[in-house]
Design a protein around this ligand. Structure first.
Ligand code: GLV
Ligand code: MN
Ligand code: MN
Length: 411
């Protein structure tokens, strides 16, 4: 079985075929969670899994599990999961590679008539991106007990559409309970989404863990007034306060450029009229650091800057925590299986900490979990130009296959 390899050409054509669902003019994808485009790729995925004899289960959050039977009915499944939803201007590989490589692993085993001891389940986790419904990794989070079901169902997108309504509309409002059952392990193949592997000329990243993330909503309240009559010194301009805060947040991220990251991804000004001083600014803040103390430091600096700017410009700045995902260390047995499989395949590798969040972050709370990274072009992700080479997808899927087989025989 150590000679078994995936079919790289088939994996690539599957990636290209599903990239038709939600394709953008620039060749990327817009497949927001539970949108019609997401529903279309989900139907494709269910059909493809059923075509190789998998039993497909859909839970109450639309998480899809495609199960291939193992030889020992008493063993819990080994899961291979990631996500098929994308950013609004997303690429063709973020998350998608992990799900479709899982399908390719099952197809390879099917072709070779190999039956594993554990059942295998390929999983499409709903709303990993958090682009439509905050927070990210929402439904893997419920599976792992980090959030409750009603919290997820009641999340709203920016148009006020609830998760529950979008789920029903998609047709993927399943009936299986979310979580509450054991997984023997969870494996996730993903593109690195950063520049490290490519810069070092390495083929595989053996992911040791994931850095911490904190999300905030910020609302700055000033006073709307006439652009032609209100003297500068009497204004309470929410946008000018936001501009100063934006600079401060950037400086907070740059204070320790090796470890700290800070981003304002959403920025909206109201009432949005050329000759009215802006009264309200709504913006998002994303802070990241590999250690909890580091996150505490970034957050404290963010609060201090907001207080100082609010006082100086006579506005109020409200900071609401939206999400906190602590740093995660993956399971030594799963990481070990990935490392051993990579070595056995003869691919160059290094250990790497993930800068992005992943479904595996939450699943690691309830199952031994690990991740495999492959390089992506110029480290660019969350962008329509996101790109990888077919051989990179193939190598990643081979590591996934061999790591799962090793874990299956050892566990
Ligand atoms: C999740 O995808 C994140 O890293 O924001
Ligand atoms: Mn992803
Ligand atoms: Mn993403």
């Amino acid at each position: 079985m150590s000679n078994l390899r995936v079919d790289g050409a088939r994996l690539w054509s599957t990636l290209m075929e599903t990239a038709a669902f939600g394709r953008t003019a620039k060749g990327g994808l817009c497949r927001l969670a539970l949108s019609p485009e997401d529903a279309a790729v989900r139907r494709w995925f269910v059909e493809a899994c059923e075509a190789i004899g998998c039993a497909v289960t859909i839970d109450q959050l639309g998480n899809i599990f495609a199960r291939r039977t193992g030889s020992d009915p008493d063993l819990p499944p080994i899961a291979i999961g990631s996500h098929l939803d994308t950013q609004p201007t997303g690429g063709r590989f973020d998350g998608i590679l992990g799900v479709l490589a899982g399908l390719e692993v099952l197809r390879t085993l099917e072709d070779a008539d190999v039956v594993t001891r554990h059942p295998l389940e390929v999983v499409n986790w709903t709303n990993e991106e958090g682009a439509r419904f905050a927070p990210a990794m929402l439904c893997a989070g419920v599976f792992a007990g980090a959030f409750d079901l009603d919290y997820a169902l009641s999340r709203e997108d920016r148009n006020g559409v609830s998760f529950a309504a979008a789920l029903a509309e998609s047709g993927f409002d399943g009936t299986a309970p979310v979580g509450g059952r054991p997984l023997a392990a969870h494996f996730e193949l993903h593109i690195e989404q950063g520049p490290v592997l490519e810069a070092e000329g390495l083929e595989i990243g053996v992911v040791s863990g994931v850095q911490g993330i904190r999300w905030f909503d910020v609302e700055i309240a000033g006073l709307a007034c006439h652009a032609g009559t209100m003297p500068m010194k009497l204004r309470r301009d929410a946008l000018q306060a936001a501009a100063r805060l934006a600079v401060a947040i950037d400086e907070i991220g740059r204070s320790d450029p090796d470890t700290s990251l800070s981003t304002i991804g959403i920025f909206e000004a109201y009432p949005g009229s050329r000759n009215t001083v802006p009264e309200t600014i709504r913006m998002s803040v994303d802070l990241r650091h590999p250690r909890a103390e580091g996150l505490d430091r970034l957050e404290a600096a963010f609060h201090a800057a907001a207080e100082e700017i609010a006082a100086a410009l006579s506005v109020t700045i409200e900071i609401k925590p939206v999400w906190s995902s602590p740093p995660v260390v993956f399971h030594p047995e799963v990481v070990g299986a990935i490392d051993a499989a990579t070595a056995q395949l003869g691919y160059s590798r290094r250990s790497i900490v993930s800068g992005a969040g992943h479904d595996s972050v939450y699943i690691s709370r309830v199952a031994p979990t690990g991740m495999i990274f492959v390089p992506c072009e110029d480290g660019i992700s969350h962008n329509e130009t996101e790109n990888i080479m077919p051989i990179e997808a193939e190598r990643g899927a081979n590591v996934l296959l061999q790591a799962v087989l090793q874990f299956d025989s050892a566990a």
